[in-house]
Design a protein around this ligand. Structure first.
Ligand SMILES: Nc1ncnc2c1ncn2[C@@H]1O[C@H](COP(=O)(O)OP(=O)(O)OP(=O)(O)O)[C@@H](O)[C@H]1O
Ligand SMILES: [Mg+2]
Length: 246
C-alpha cells in the first residue's frame, strides 16, 4: 500500500546551517507514529519541513504525500491536501478573532464556503467535545491564552479541519496531567470519528504515549533517525535515556 507520507533521504538547512542530515521515514494511513529525541535533534524542523515552512531549505531528498511529490508545494497547498501542524509554541495573533479564523481555515481546507448556521453547528459540536465554552472562540487567536488553552485551540482546529495527517509537535508539553489526558482523549475521539487520519506525535516524554499507543516509534538524534521500532523503544529510553542510541 502506498504510504500516506513517505520521506526519502531528506537533507534540510536553515539559514545555511544543515539541520536534517538524511531522514527517511514512512507514515501509513491511520497510523500513530511517534518521533522522540533529545532537545535540538531536529524534531520541530522535521515537522516544519513536512508542513512546507518557508524557513527551511530542502537540499536533497523528497517528500511524497499519497504518492504525490509535495517537496515544492507551499504551506497553503499542503494544508488543502490535509496536512496539519499543531505547533510547539502556538502563536498569539492579537487582531484575529478565533471564530473568524476557524471559519476561514475551514473554507481554505475544504475549498468551499460554508454558511454561518452550518458552521455554528459544527463549531458548537467541536467545542462540546473538548468541553470548551463558546466564549473561547470569541477571543482573539491564542491571545492571552494559557499554555493549556493554546494546546486546546490547536486540537479544536484539528477537530474542525479533519486532516489526513496531523503532526502534533510537543502537544503534551506544558500541560498538567488532567489537560494531557483531555488532549489525548480528544485525539482518540478524533481518530474514532476519522479512523483514516494518521498522527505524527513529536514528544520528549512517554506520558502521552500511554494514552495514544504508537504503531511505530522513531528516535531522532543530531538530525538523523538513529533507531526505529515499536513501543519497546520508549521503555528503553525510560530506562537508559537517549545515550544508548548512537
Ligand atoms: N532558524 C534557525 N536558525 C538557526 N538554527 C536553527 C533554526 N531553527 C532551528 N535551528 C537549529 O536546529 C537544531 C534543531 O532544532 P529543532 O527545533 O528542530 O529541535 P527539536 O528536536 O525540536 O528540539 P526541542 O526538543 O528542544 O523542541 C537546533 O540546533 C536549532 O538551534
Ligand atoms: Mg521542538
Amino acid at each position: 500500500m502506498t504510504p500516506l507520507l513517505e520521506i526519502s533521504n531528506l537533507r534540510i538547512s536553515v539559514n545555511d546551517k544543515p539541520i536534517l542530515n538524511g531522514i527517511s521515514l514512512n507514515v501509513h494511513q491511520g497510523q500513530i507514529v511517534a518521533i522522540m529525541g533529545p532537545n535540538g535533534s531536529g524534531k520541530s524542523t522535521l515537522a516544519k519541513t513536512i508542513m512546507g515552512s518557508p524557513e527551511v531549505k530542502v537540499d536533497q531528498g523528497t517528500i511524497l504525500f499519497e504518492g504525490e511529490n509535495i517537496t515544492e508545494l507551499d504551506v497553503t497547498d499542503r494544508a488543502k491536501l490535509g496536512i496539519f501542524l499543531a505547533f510547539q509554541y502556538p502563536q498569539e495573533i492579537p487582531g484575529v478573532n478565533m471564530r473568524y479564523f476557524l471559519k476561514s481555515a475551514y473554507e481554505a481546507r475544504f475549498g468551499k464556503k460554508i454558511d454561518q448556521l452550518e458552521f455554528k453547528s459544527l463549531l458548537s459540536d467541536a467545542l462540546k467535545k473538548l468541553d470548551l465554552d463558546s466564549s473561547f472562540v470569541q477571543r482573539n487567536l491564542n491571545y492571552g491564552f494559557s499554555g493549556g488553552e493554546k494546546k486546546k485551540s490547536e486540537i479544536l482546529q484539528l477537530l474542525l479541519l479533519k486532516p489526513k495527517l496531523a503532526i502534533l509537535d510537543e502537544t503534551d508539553s506544558g500541560l498538567d496531567i488532567d489537560s494531557l489526558k483531555s488532549v489525548a482523549q480528544s485525539v482518540t475521539l478524533l481518530k474514532q470519528s476519522n479512523p483514516e487520519m494518521a498522527c505524527l506525535i513529536i514528544t520528549h516524554y512517554e506520558r502521552i504515549l500511554e494514552y495514544l499507543i504508537p504503531d511505530k516509534v522513531y528516535i531522532m538524534k543530531n538530525g538523523y533517525i538513529s533507531a526505529e521500532g515499536d513501543i519497546n523503544l520508549v521503555n528503553q529510553i525510560l530506562e537508559h535515556g537517549y545515550a544508548c542510541f548512537s
